[in-house]
Design a protein around this ligand. Structure first.
Ligand SMILES: [Zn+2]
Length: 116
């Protein structure tokens, strides 16, 4: 008989949100930084044609080095200890971000200053 393995995943919710599964998940802002701790595999950037000209309204995705806006020393890679996996949600789209510290960060201000 196959042994059943219970898997537990910890997902952080925003401060003050209920922890019964209905609370909003905390999503951090990923900012590009050549000195960042990790490489994000799927970062959106403006698409270019074969001559290197920007294609208006089109995005493409590729890996990029960076960090979380609220904590440069924190890595998003999932960690598993004693069968409990902790994950860190993040996005490079500022519209998806709701982490209070990321929203107050210089990285967020820099990304959003030209889009408001
Ligand atoms: Zn954050």
């Amino acid at each position: 008989m196959k042994k059943r393995v219970k898997r537990v995943v910890i997902v952080s919710v925003l401060p003050g949100e209920p922890t019964d599964g209905s609370g909003r998940v905390c999503t951090h802002l990923f900012v590009r930084d050549e000195k960042g701790l990790f490489v994000e595999g799927h970062v959106l950037r403006p698409a270019k044609d074969k001559n290197g000209n920007l294609i208006r309204g089109k995005l493409t995705a590729s890996p990029a080095r960076g960090r979380l806006a609220c904590d440069p020393k924190r890595c998003f890679y999932p960690t598993t200890r004693n069968g409990v996996t902790t994950v860190t949600h993040r996005s490079d789209d500022p519209r998806a971000v709701n982490c209070p510290k990321c929203l107050a960060s210089e990285g967020y201000a820099a990304i959003t200053k030209n889009s408001k």
